[in-house]
Every structure is written in structure tokens, then in C-alpha cells.
Design a protein around this ligand. Sequence first.
Ligand code: AKG
Ligand code: FE2
Length: 317
Amino acid sequence: MSIPLIDLEKLTHTNDSTRLEEVRALDKACREIGFFYLVNTGISSDLFNKLMATAKTYFAQPEDVKRAIDIKQSPNHRGYGCIGEEQLDEVSHADWKETFDMALDLPIDHPLVAKYPKMYGPNQNPTDPAAVEVLQDYYVAAFDVAKVVLTSMAQALSLEDDFFTRCFTDHVTVLRMIHYPPRPQNDHDNGAGAHTDYGCVTLLLQDQIGGLQVKNRQGEWVDATPIENALVVNIGDLMQRWTNDEYVSTAHRVVSPVEGVHRYSFPFFVEPDYETNVVCVESCQSDNKPAKYEPILSGDWIQSRFDATYAYREKEA
Ligand SMILES: O=C(O)CCC(=O)C(=O)O
Ligand SMILES: [Fe+2]
């Protein structure tokens, strides 16, 4: 099975039958493969290009400059992660990639920071203010897209339109930039090891290099071939849990680029407020299919996954 294409303009169409048809297509994709391409997102190609340029400039800096905002010195998981810091496939190799993470920027004296210091707090920003502005602009634009996707999912699941979006007041959504350098010869090819995402949904912008692969229900690795100006959207573990396994969080991985080639990608991990109580949605349970999972606080779940996959967090967890 290949990855279907969903049109955001149709998801918000004023004509009900056009909208409902696209919502049904989205629903089918979430149930069957847990991945789809999203086109007509409303994000300008100019902003996509600026983000791409920001990543190239940022990662091209000397290692010591990047490490000035090392994620290891951030209690709340923001900033630069060097090659080998993260290992997504727990039984394989560390990932051959470097990263930069940002999220909601809360001051150190904010009550949520005191309560959940591992998830809330200030960002560690690049020194170039223009780069910070692009990152912030993209964060806002991608979140607008996320709201449409979450609203469509709520409609598909016969919930109130804002069932998911109302859980996004102090949300822990993360924008990440990733640079995959070419792998050293004769080494493993894990750019990002096989994994599922932890949260609700991920919106991924990728360049035109390719390398992202998705495991379909038949157990085959399918290439998520880049489509210009499209986002790749996938369901995460928390949404699978919320929907009693009706929506599937599907394994994916990234194969490192070959010698001389660099790949850049930008996952936007859409995660609700820490204290969102994730309880099986009504329409996904019945007498024949009772809720499989205990209720859990969204933040507790996501934090436990970070602790398992980040070398430095495991030690202190
Ligand atoms: O870089 C990509 O294409 C995917 C990255 C990814 O799956 C992740 O960071 O969770
Ligand atoms: Fe992922």
C-alpha cells in the first residue's frame, strides 16, 4: 500500500460534500497506514525555502558554536543535539543526524516550568535573530495546519470539532530541524532508526533528497518519496492510544544519504498540554471493543519516551 494524498483546502471547503469526502479519505489513511501527504497546506513556498536555508546555515557552523546551545545543558530539552545523541531504534545504532529543537518559550518563573521542568521552559536559540524569526514564523504556520488536521480527525471520529484542539493551550509541540550528513563508508545506514512517533500527529517537511521509509501493514518498507511543498503527516503513539488503536502509529525510518549528499528535514511534533487526560474516545470503544489502555496524562507519556531514547536523559531519569 502506498501513502495517500490529502488536500487541506478540501478539508476546510465550504461545500459540505467536498469536505466530508476528504475527511473520510483522511480517516481511511489514519486507520490503514497512519501516514498521508498533505498538499495545499497554505504555508508559502517562500517560508519553506527560508526554513531550509536557516537549517543549512545553522548546521554549517562550527561544532563549538552549535554546542553553545547543547540540548544536554537544557533541562527542558531545547537546542542542539549532536550526532549520536539520539537513538530511535532501541536495538540498533545511534542515529547519524544532528538536530535543533524549539517549542513554547516560557520564562523560568512560570508555574508550569516549576511543575514540569523537563517539558516546559525557555528555548535555547541560535544567535542569528533572523533565524529565530523564521523558526517562530514556521512554528505558527505549521500549528495552523495542525489545527485543521486535528479538527478533521475529530470530525472523522464523530467528536466535537474542538475535541483535540482545545487541549492545546500550553502545548508541548516541538519544531525540530534535522541534518542528515552522509554516512561514513562501511558503517550502518541509520539516519534515523526505525521508530514510531510519541505524540498526536507529526507534520514533516522534507527536502527533495529522499530516504524516509514507512512500514506498511504488509511489513514492507515503502519510500515516502518527497513531493514539493507537501507535508508528510503521521499518527503518533498518543493518538493511537486515544483512539483505542483505530488510528495507527506506524514505524518509519530514515536511510542516511550517500557520500556527498546532505539531507534536511523538519518534523513538527504536535503534542497537547501536559495535563491533557488521554482517555479512550467514545466512538472508538464498544462492548466488543472495550478501551485497551488506562487513561494517562499526555506529558507523562511523552516524557517517558524521551527518557528512553536520549542518552543523557536516560542517565538522569
Ligand atoms: O527526517 C525524517 O524524514 C523523519 C524524521 C523522524 O521520523 C523523526 O524525527 O521522528
Ligand atoms: Fe519519526
